[in-house]
Design a protein. Structure first.
Length: 58
């Protein structure tokens, strides 16, 4: 029985695996630290219209 594994293919896969891991982790960092694309209305954020909480005395 012969081994049909090409050494170039093996070296290429060894090179690609760390790159894929780094790209996966870097993709998470970019999602966390990039500015958000929130779709606020043109008037901006709306003010709070509820009742304020009662002040508790300690």
């Amino acid at each position: 029985m012969t081994n049909n594994t090409n050494p170039k293919t093996l070296l290429q896969s060894i090179k690609e695996v760390p790159q894929k891991i780094i790209n996966f982790i870097f993709g998470g960092f970019t999602r966390i630290f990039t500015p958000r694309d929130d779709n606020y209305p043109e008037t901006g954020t709306q003010p709070f219209e509820g009742e304020p909480a009662d002040k508790k005395h300690y």
